[in-house]
Design a protein around this ligand. Structure first.
Ligand SMILES: CC(C)(COP(=O)(O)OP(=O)(O)OC[C@H]1O[C@@H](n2cnc3c(N)ncnc32)[C@H](O)[C@@H]1OP(=O)(O)O)[C@@H](O)C(=O)NCCC(=O)NCCS
Length: 296
C-alpha cells in the first residue's frame, strides 16, 4: 500500500463533486469490483453530466479513494448508488463517510426520503446503511429467465393504455398495496415507489402489460435500457393464471426483440416463484436485493 495512504485517517478525507479528470481514479477503483463487471464505468459520464444529481468523490492527498452517485427520482426521492471504495483502504470508515455526505446533500437538496439497494450478501454495504439509520423496507428475489419464441399466454395479454389508468391506479396503489414491498417496482437494481405519476409514465412508455377481460386480472411492469440486451421484469401481481400469461407474453416479445435474457427482480413470494420456475426462470446466486430507506 502507498505509505501516504497507510498513514491517512478518515478525518483528512476530502469529499467533493466528481470531475472529468477523476476518470482514471474511478477506473482504478472499479476494475476489480465484481470480477471486472462493474457498471459504474458505463454510468460515469452520465452521472458527471446529471445536473439534478450529485457525483461525489472522496480523495486522500489528491488521490481518488472512493465515489458515490446520488440521483433524484421524479418524486423527489434521493437514490444512492454506485458507492465504491478503493480495495486497499476499505474498512476505515470511507464508505460510511461517503454515505453520510450523500444523505446530507440529499437533505439540503430538499429530498425528504432516501433509498438504496444492495445485495443481502454485501455485509459492509448493509452495515454502513444501517449505521446511517436506514431500515430495510423490502427484499426482492433476483431471477434470470429466457426469452422464448414459442411461449404462448393462455389468457388475453396486451399493453396497458390510458383507458386502464383508473383501474391500474386502484390496484397498484390501493388494492394490492398491502405491504411495503408491494409499494415499489424495480428497474434492475433501482427501485421506484409506485405513484399515480409513475404509473402515468409507465403506461405512456408502454412498460405495463395487463391481462384484461372484464377487469384487470394481472399486471406486469417490464423495462429496458437503450443498448442493453436485458429486459427487466420489475413487478408482477394478479391471479396465478394471469401472472403466467403476463410472463409468457413478455418472453415472446423479448424473443422477437432479440433480448438476450430477462431479469426478474420481484418481492419474495412463493406464488411468483411457482409462476416463474416452470417458465425457465432460475434464482441468480441465492442472494436477495435489499431495499433500505431513511427519512431525511
Ligand atoms: C461497500 C463499501 C463501499 C464499504 O466501504 P468501506 O470504506 O469499507 O466502509 P466502512 O469502512 O465505512 O464500513 C464498513 C463496515 O462494514 C463492516 N464489515 C466489513 N466486512 C464485514 C463482514 N464480512 N461482515 C460484517 N461486517 C463487515 C466493517 O466492520 C465496517 O463496520 P464498522 O465500521 O461498524 O466496523 C466497499 O466495501 C466497496 O467499495 N465494496 C465494493 C463495491 C460494493 O459492494 N458497493 C456497494 C454495492 S451497493
Amino acid at each position: 500500500m502507498d505509505r501516504p495512504l497507510a498513514e491517512t485517517s478518515v478525518d483528512s478525507l476530502n469529499l467533493r463533486p466528481g470531475r472529468a479528470g477523476d476518470r482514471a481514479g474511478m477506473l482504478r477503483i472499479t476494475e476489480g469490483v465484481w470480477d471486472g463487471t462493474d457498471y459504474v464505468p458505463y454510468q460515469w459520464q452520465h452521472w458527471l453530466d446529471d445536473p439534478s444529481g450529485y457525483l461525489c468523490v472522496a480523495t486522500w492527498n489528491d488521490r481518488v479513494v472512493g465515489l458515490q452517485h446520488v440521483g433524484v427520482q421524479a418524486d423527489g426521492t434521493a437514490w444512492l448508488e454506485g458507492i465504491r471504495v478503493d480495495e486497499i483502504v476499505r474498512g476505515r470508515g470511507i464508505g460510511a463517510a461517503l454515505l453520510q455526505h450523500g444523505l446530507g446533500w440529499a437533505r439540503d437538496a430538499g429530498c425528504t426520503v432516501a433509498r438504496l439497494s444492495t445485495s443481502s450478501e454485501n455485509a459492509s454495504s448493509v452495515r454502513i446503511a444501517r449505521k446511517a439509520g436506514m431500515r430495510e423496507v423490502a427484499s426482492f428475489d433476483v431471477l434470470a429467465g429466457p426469452p422464448s419464441p414459442v411461449s404462448a399466454p393462455d389468457l388475453p395479454v396486451r399493453l396497458a393504455h390510458p383507458g386502464d389508468l383508473a383501474a391500474l391506479k386502484h390496484l397498484l396503489l390501493h388494492e394490492w398495496n398491502t405491504a411495503e414491498s408491494k409499494a415499489f417496482y424495480t428497474e434492475g437494481w433501482t427501485a421506484y415507489r409506485l405513484t399515480a405519476e409513475r404509473i402515468d409514465l409507465l403506461v405512456a412508455v408502454h412498460a405495463i402489460v395487463v391481462v384484461a377481460s372484464d377487469g384487470i386480472d394481472a399486471v406486469g411492469i417490464a423495462t429496458a435500457s437503450v443498448g442493453r440486451p436485458v429486459l427487466r421484469l420489475g413487478f408482477l401481481n394478479g391471479t396465478l393464471e394471469g401472472k403466467k400469461s403476463v410472463v409468457a407474453w413478455i418472453q415472446r416479445q423479448a424473443s422477437s426483440a432479440s433480448i438476450a435474457h430477462i431479469r426478474a427482480t420481484l418481492p419474495r413470494d412463493p406464488t411468483t416463484e411457482a409462476v416463474l420456475q416452470p417458465l425457465g426462470f432460475a434464482p441468480g446466486s441465492g442472494f436477495a436485493m435489499v431495499l433500505l430507506e431513511t427519512q431525511l
